[in-house]
Design a protein around this ligand. Structure first.
Ligand code: KIV
Length: 271
């Protein structure tokens, strides 16, 4: 299985070149050292320390509760594991909206305390000032449009975004604006494939999709979802590459049974 070209380190420039060369970009989330180590060694291009940690690590219903310090804890754990991938850290809800000075302070704190390589913010025109200010400090920014989970209480549901012409037009305009501001890449979440392709064709920066079809420059999934760790999250866009829920559940049950039946530890497993 050919996984990647033998690039020593993934940089924002490398990602730009990959798009121009038509090489697809593979991105997954990670939140801890052990998983990030396996993922980096497998050849992933970008690791996203997503605020989806709020869901899959902490068990919250939404991404809103996770704090800046908690994101920094996850990001630092990932950074210590990584040799090759570019590590992007989500700026959590409430750390950048409506106050560009606070946004810059939050981004600097992430970069200083976690060692992350870039930050990701959700939104377009509304957060343009925050993005500009962060970029002015030399911090690379990834954009995120379409379904933006930090705005879930505005949307009301996690259904496909930008199906209507007005919202699609705003998304196209926002994508252009983000490119003009200087973001190095853009995530498009859960929008029609035709619109995502149009965006990818209209900007020079790489566009990474999740539930945005095949016409973009790369794909991202939440690691726990693609590993099949949860049985109850099955959106149409998700492909499961393993059934870790069953494998782990069987291992746990076997261990419990071995302890109770005195099978574990045996003579060779003790001193
Ligand atoms: O937090 C996250 O995992 C994300 C991805 C879904 C893109 O933002």
């Amino acid at each position: 299985m050919s996984v990647h070209k033998d690039y020593k380190k993934i940089t924002t420039k490398r990602l730009f070149d990959m798009k121009q060369a038509g090489e697809k970009i593979a991105m997954l989330t990670a939140y801890d050292y052990t998983m990030a180590k396996i993922l980096d060694a497998a050849g992933i291009d970008i690791i996203l320390v997503g605020d989806s940690a709020s869901n899959v690590m902490a068990g919250h219903e939404t991404t809103l509760p996770i704090t800046l310090d908690q994101m920094i804890y996850h990001a630092g754990s990932v950074i210590r594991a990584v040799d090759r991938a570019l590590v992007v850290v989500d700026m959590p809800f409430g750390t950048y909206q409506g106050n560009s000075k606070k946004a810059l302070e939050s981004a600097i704190k992430i970069m200083k305390e976690s060692g992350g390589h870039a930050v990701k913010l959700e939104g377009g025109e509304e957060i343009a000032e925050s993005i500009s200010r962060i970029l002015s400090a030399g911090i690379p920014v990834m954009g995120h449009l379409g379904l933006t989970p930090q705005s879930i209480y505005k949307f009301g549901t996690y259904t496909v975004r930008a199906k209507e012409e007005k919202e699609a037009e705003k998304l196209l305009k926002d994508a252009q604006l983000l490119e003009d501001l200087g973001v190095f890449a853009l995530v498009l979440e859960k929008i029609p494939a035709s619109l995502a392709q149009k965006v990818a064709e209209s900007v020079r920066i790489p566009v990474i999709g999740i539930g945005a079809g095949a016409g973009v420059d790369g794909q991202v999934l939440v690691m726990h979802d693609m590993l099949g760790m949860s049985k109850d999250f099955s959106p149409r866009f998700l492909r499961r590459y393993a059934d870790l829920h069953s494998i782990m559940s069987q291992a746990f049950q076997q261990y419990i049974s071995d302890v109770k039946s005195l099978d574990f530890p045996n003579e060779k497993e003790q001193y």
